[in-house]
Design a protein around this ligand. Structure first.
Ligand code: ATP
Length: 551
């Protein structure tokens, strides 16, 4: 499975989907750049989300499975917000990961990524002629333990080496995997909730928000944060949206935008990055109906991924157990995908759908403070009155029809645009067999993107660089582009090679102009997945592609 991931990462670089950020300077861990094709792919993911959730949403009719008709609107809010937003949202106090430092390797790790296990092996003790059985405890920080076998081998080697060179007790191959061997033959047990003395510091809290400074003075009072989620920009504008539009509860506010988290161990390609993009909906509804809306959004968001080509055997909807839920949440489900960098049977989160109750609006009204149990509660003064360090603004909603005032409950489907894009890339990757120019069967790499997501929809080729083929092909190419269809033109190399180039970037259809085009006014239309080739009239090319794109 990790071999498959390597192929996908290599293809992303080779064909310009995703590059390492600042690569010519050695890269910057946790940051990625999208190349020309990746930019188109991610834009298509984002647009599919925004079109399906907002632009094409019909507020007059209840969609299938929805309790009633509702509105969906968009906002685009700033990355930097008033620092008080993060105090009231809980991010200032609670948005932390557990971290440990490895003193010897001078590295930091996210605590839940540390795995340890006993291994047994035959090793030569210092000065000994023969090997004896020894037990070692290795702590490993590795992606899904994919290095299990190699790790064990290396640990044993180091164990042998110890006598010769004490400095080499530590082995470290790359930033995501490392092994420590303790000073004694029988090493300390490192239980998941304990630390190995002398090797790792105690786990401690690390706030994931990036800090920055506003203005020229740069005092501590000028500290601000890059948003770790787009959601708060929606909550603080709830009243503005209600007052400036004619939306009525239930309705949703949607936002796509960058978020930043100072992840301790960014890894697995773009899956866990420090800068990433989110696609979030805050859906405001009456408390009595919130459970029904939670169920609706959970199902609808799952169906969105399958409608864009993710097979349901690789996608799960995992309902959180009661002890996993935040204290304010009545339900949370994750949509998870079987990424190739994970072990068989493991899944990685693409999107979380959370029932958040009235927690967020109430926090921004009243202000919250962390209590001794680590929970956010309304801060009270000595007389027991709320201290109102929130906005103090009324974020309740008045329903004209029922004459009822209430604080809406919120259902939040929160998706990652980069994780979604990565899942669509992984799902698209296929290898099969197809004939080359000489009719020989060859392995073909083909990205089977859903046509809505494919960076390029059509490639137009002249069979020859003469006999009027290029002129006719260019006319078709321009016609498709003027219809707003992402089209490319290619006249370099043999036709089979050109097909292969398009297969590898997932172009669903190729059009070829040949000798018959001038005679009967037809061209070849080739389908990426079935390899089927049909002749269609030149004037039918654009309408036919439009028809196929509509599905
Ligand atoms: P995880 O447990 O993987 O850190 P999370 O539960 O903290 O994720 P949320 O806060 O629910 O994530 O964020 C919503 C979505 O934003 C996630 O489902 C994911 O798609 C995306 N996301 C969160 N953190 C990252 C990251 N570091 N890199 C890329 N995408 C991310």
């Amino acid at each position: 499975r990790s071999g498959l991931m390597d192929k996908i990462v290599a293809l992303c670089k080779r064909r310009g989907f995703i590059f390492q950020n600042s690569e010519i300077y050695g890269g910057l861990n946790g940051f990625w750049d999208y190349g020309p094709l990746g930019t188109e792919l991610k834009r298509n993911v984002r647009n599919a989300w925004y079109d399906d959730m907002v632009s094409r949403h019909d507020p007059l009719d209840a969609p299938e499975g929805a309790p009633q008709a509702f509105s969906m609107v968009g906002v685009e809010t700033s990355i930097i917000m008033h620092p008080q937003v993060w105090k009231c949202s809980g991010h200032f106090d609670l948005f932390v990961d557990k971290m440990v430092d490895c003193r010897e390797a001078k590295k930091r790790y996210r605590f839940d990524h540390i795995k340890g296990r006993w291994i047994e092996g035959q090793v030569k003790d210092p000065g000994a002629e023969t090997k004896t059985k020894r037990k070692l405890f290795i702590t490993a920080v590795a992606d899904g333990d994919e290095l299990e076998a190699a790790l064990t081998q290396r640990a044993l080697k180091i164990f042998e080496m110890r006598s010769k060179d004490a400095d080499k007790l530590q082995w470290q191959s790359d930033p995501t995997s490392f092994v420590t061997i303790s000073q004694s033959d029988y090493v300390n047990v490192l239980a998941p909730d304990a630390t190995a003395p002398g090797t790792l510091t105690e786990p401690r809290d690390f706030n994931l928000m990036f800090k920055t400074i506003i203005g020229a003075l740069g005092t501590a009072d000028d500290t601000a944060y890059l948003r770790p989620e787009t959601a708060q920009g929606i909550f603080v504008n709830f009243k503005n949206v209600c007052d400036s539009t004619r939306v009525k509860v239930p309705f949703g506010i949607c936002q796509v935008g960058k978020s930043f988290r100072n992840e301790i161990t960014p890894r697995n390609f773009t899956f866990r990055s420090r800068e990433f993009e989110q696609m979030e909906i805050e859906f405001f509804c009456h408390p009595a109906e919130s459970q029904a809306w939670y169920t609706y959004w959970r199902n609808r968001r799952y169906a969105w991924y399958t409608s864009l080509g993710i097979k349901s055997d690789k996608l799960i909807l995992r309902e959180h157990a009661a002890d996993e839920l935040s204290h304010y949440s009545c339900g949370t489900a994750d949509i998870e995908y079987a990424f190739p960098f994970l072990d068989e049977g493991e899944y990685g989160e693409l999107e979380g759908i959370a029932h958040r109750g009235d927690f967020d609006l109430r926090s921004h009204m009243e202000g919250k403070l962390k209590n001794e149990n680590g929970q956010l509660v309304v801060e009270k003064d000595a007389d027991g009155n709320p201290r109102h360090r929130g906005s103090g603004k009324d974020l309740t909603y008045f329903d004209d029809a029922t004459r009822e005032r209430f604080t809406p409950h919120v259902v939040e489907p929160s998706a990652g645009a980069d994780r979604g894009t990565l899942a669509f890339l992984c799902e698209a990757y296929h290898e099969d067999e197809a004939p080359d120019d000489k009719g020989q069967m060859q392995t073909r790499v083909v990205m089977k993107f859903h046509p809505r997501l494919a960076p390029i929809k059509v490639a137009v080729f002249p069979l020859l660089k003469k006999d009027g083929h290029p002129e006719a092909a260019k006319e078709i190419y321009r016609d498709l582009r003027s219809a707003g269809i992402a089209t490319t033109y290619d006249e370099q190399a043999a036709i089979g090679k050109r097909y292969r180039r398009q297969d590898e970037i997932g172009t669903p259809w190729c059009i070829t102009v040949d000798g018959d085009t001038a005679k009967d006014g037809t061209v070849t239309l080739r389908d990426r997945d079935s390899l089927e080739q049909v002749r269609i009239p030149v004037k039918e090319v654009t309408p036919e592609i439009q028809r196929r794109l509509r599905g």
